[in-house]
Design a protein around this ligand. Structure first.
Ligand code: OGA
Ligand code: MN
Length: 302
């Protein structure tokens, strides 16, 4: 059966029918999915039933999986998964004031997954095993539409900018404190451009989010204020799509051009979600300067 793609949001977010993620996907459909995510940024594959192996196998068809940097912490899921549930390592409900709950709370700030890695991630695939009966949606913001709608003056300023992204920057905002000494060293801010150029068709987009702290070469206050202004711009209602989860939804997004955030729910209820994340294709900054990513990849390939 051929797959169908239908846009649900104003500028982005599409639903894809005709894919059974339990089965290997034929190469024409892989190409169609990649084309669709290039155009729509976020894809919903409804009605899936995926165990951990199947979730990983479907994801690996699009590249290599990231493994967790959270070394030495007891985990509910294996290293290939990020845990977006409100459960502890033994499947117990997390106390809302626990360190782990504070860590998870940062998912409710606008972000792009793993933008704190030197090579930031490509796609994420989040699967709903149990949904909250009320609330607990995930919102997505279209940073390509945000860029397109930006005035020329701010475009010119943003294009030269490189920001420091660190996991600590986002976690500190939700009161998480217990980083290990090893994490203290490995979580130094990494440089990321404020405007991404990964798209082979030359479409640009903003690249923002809660892991971003300072803008290199600018006074801290001035830089962060400008980043906040851009974030407020690109999260206006016309650029945002809110997804209400149904059990069996698999949502795949391109971290290079959309941000997302979870919404709160009554945490006495279990919400069980797991995510795989795909390793990015290449660097975004060389010697402190933003590079044209698509051009860099074309040169690498030739
Ligand atoms: C994630 C994430 C938000 C949510 O899994 O990367 O940010 O709504 N999740 O669970
Ligand atoms: Mn996330």
């Amino acid at each position: 059966m051929p797959i169908t793609v239908e846009k649900l949001g104003q500028t982005f977010f599409a639903i894809v029918q005709g894919v059974d993620a339990q089965e290997p996907t034929v190469s024409e459909d892989i190409n169609a999915i990649i084309d669709a995510i290039d155009d729509y940024g976020v894809l919903l594959f409804p009605g899936q039933t995926l165990n951990e192996e199947q979730h990983m196998a479907f994801s690996r068809q699009f590249g290599e999986l990231e493994v967790t940097y959270q070394k030495g912490r007891k985990r509910r899921l294996r290293a290939e998964f990020a845990d977006a549930s409100n459960l502890g390592p033994d499947g117990e409900l997390l106390a809302p004031d626990s360190e782990r709950a504070k860590y998870n709370k940062a998912n409710q700030l606008w972000h792009s997954d793993a933008s704190f890695r030197a090579i930031p991630s490509k796609y994420s695939l989040l699967y709903a095993e149990t949904a909250a009966s009320k609330d607990g949606e995930t919102e997505f913001a279209d940073e390509r539409a945000g860029w397109d709608a930006l005035d020329d003056e701010r475009k010119t300023r943003a294009e030269k900018m490189v920001a420091g992204h660190s996991l600590m920057t986002s976690r500190i905002k939700t009161g998480f404190k217990t980083f290990t000494a090893e994490e203290g060293v490995s979580l130094k801010p990494v440089p990321q451009p404020v405007v991404r150029t990964h798209d082979p068709k030359g479409r640009k987009n903003l690249f923002l989010g809660s892991h971003a702290g300072e803008v290199f070469g600018e006074a801290l206050e001035e830089g962060t204020q400008f980043l906040e202004e851009l974030l407020a711009h690109t999260t206006q209602p016309q650029f945002v799509y809110r997804h209400k989860w149904t059990v069996g939804d698999l949502v795949m997004w391109d971290n290079r051009r959309v941000m997302h955030r979870g919404r709160s729910w009554d945490e006495s209820e279990r919400r069980v979600m797991r995510r795989t994340t795909l390793v990015g294709d290449g660097p975004t900054v060389i010697d402190g300067q933003p590079i044209n990513e698509a051009e860099y990849l074309r040169q690498e390939a030739s």
